[in-house]
Design a protein around this ligand. Structure first.
Ligand SMILES: *[C@@H]1O[C@H](CO)[C@@H](O)[C@H](O)[C@H]1NC(C)=O
Ligand SMILES: *[C@@H]1O[C@H](CO)[C@@H](O)[C@H](O)[C@H]1NC(C)=O
Length: 403
């Protein structure tokens, strides 16, 4: 292998940092509890062995009968027809371009194999251009469930005319020169704004309340034998996630100021029992950049369609930050879910093994991992290691600051 001198230094520094991280994790209790990802999301993870966060057993299919002497009713094994006969008001949704076809097929194939072939929820595909016949053909062959293909109205997608293009362009150029990922992309910004404020307004999604967002080229690593939609509906959850992450601060420089202004102007929308402590370590004066990674979401569109979120999105949109900065739908959705709902309405789906390059959530707990016949390596939930690594730096800096 041929590594440049600079590359060698970077590798050396990384090795030292990872070593320090591991050492501190073992030797400093304070460090360990400050950086363990379970403390980051402990309010949704449940820390007791009986794990109150886990999906209740009723949601799993009953075990098969020990013998087949009973007459087959054609309704499957169980005689309890409660949960297993009900379906939620829900759909899958995927935003994709025609050129994403191979990745879209792979994601859908896995979602069908691991979950939906047993449940038959519909799929909605959205694109800013018309889907080709080839796209529709290759997608439709993957399921017996209904599949709908829709085009996004131009007014939901393109940069609005009231955005000052000179100012937006100057900001894009600045981000390009600072190597901010997607810093120069207008279409990425269109997508973030669409995912923040418009997808749930599309005609094809009007008949539905809950959605599972799937992107091209993701992986579902475990069998999902329970119905997460029904769980959301029965338990009055509004937002479900698998991975949490830090936002790149440069892309949301003034977002938190806008959020604070909104809370001042519309205090009635801030929910009692909210999850502000997930977003801020000092009661709201500063955003800690935590968010749910929104390329996976199982959530309630009626929450996005409701009064609080509509007012919030319009308020943010008027600031122009989707174009003057590069506000992402992940922090926007996360901040809204954390502030305008109760924290117990946000759910961490530990059972759902999920991968979006480069991060994976692999179910924690051996029983859960085995039950899901998971194909992911539990020891390599890289997103969790990465997060704890970043938190490690923060802890060291805080300690230095204190000392
Ligand atoms: C099969 O199930 C029936 C009804 O539950 C039971 O009476 C019978 O003993 C079972 N037979 C065996 C071999 O387990
Ligand atoms: C499903 O939810 C949507 C949005 O809330 C609602 O308009 C629709 O009537 C619901 N459908 C059923 C069958 O309940």
């Amino acid at each position: 292998m041929n590594v440049s001198p600079v590359g060698r230094y970077i590798i050396l520094v990384l090795v030292i940092l990872i070593g320090l991280h591991s050492l501190l994790s073992f030797t400093h209790e304070g460090y360990n509890s400050a950086t363990s990802i379970s403390s980051l999301t402990s309010q949704w993870r449940g820390s007791t062995p009986s794990n109150p966060n886990a999906i209740p057993e009723d949601y799993y299919p009953p075990p098969p009968p020990s013998n087949s002497s009973q007459t087959d009713t054609g309704l499957g094994a169980g005689t309890d027809l409660g949960i297993h006969q009900r379906k939620a008001n829900a759909t899958f949704v995927m935003l994709a371009r025609n050129s994403d076809i191979d990745g879209a097929v792979r994601s859908m194939r896995e979602a069908e194999d691991r979950f939906n072939k047993k449940f038959g929820y519909p799929w909605v595909f959205l694109n800013e251009e018309p889907f080709t016949d080839e796209f529709k053909k290759r997608i439709s062959v993957l399921t017996d469930a209904p599949v709908h293909f829709g085009q996004i109205p131009a007014s939901h997608w393109y940069q609005p005319s009231w955005i000052d293009e000179d100012r937006a362009a100057a900001s894009r150029n600045a981000m390009v020169s600072e190597n901010v990922i997607y810093g120069g992309s207008v279409s990425y910004r269109n997508m973030c704004r669409f995912n923040s404020g418009f997808f749930f307004k599309h005609d094809l999604l009007q008949p539905f309340r809950y959605y599972w967002r799937v992107e091209p080229d993701v992986h579902f690593h475990c069998d999902v034998d329970f119905d997460p939609f029904l769980f959301m509906q029965d338990q009055q959850k509004i937002y479900g996630f698998t991975i949490t992450m830090y936002e790149y601060e440069r892309t949301i420089t003034t977002l938190w100021d806008a959020v604070k202004d909104f809370m001042k102007d519309y205090p009635q929308y801030v929910s009692p029992g909210n999850a502000m402590n997930f977003l801020s370590d000092n009661g709201g004066s500063r955003y800690n950049l935590c968010h749910f990674w929104s390329n996976f979401e199982i959530a309630d569109m009626d929450f996005w369609r409701g009064e609080a979120y509509s007012a919030f999105f319009d308020y943010l949109d008027k600031r122009g930050g989707f174009y003057y900065e590069r506000w992402g739908d992940a922090p926007v959705h996360s901040i809204a879910a954390a502030l305008f709902a109760r924290s117990d309405q946000i759910h961490f789906f530990n059972e759902i093994g999920y991968e979006h390059n480069p991060y994976t959530h692999c179910p924690q707990g051996d029983e859960t991992w085995k039950r899901g016949k998971c194909s992911c390596d539990q020891g390599r939930s890289f997103g969790e290691f990465f997060s704890s690594f970043v938190l490690g730096f923060k802890w060291v800096l805080d300690e230095l600051g204190r000392g």
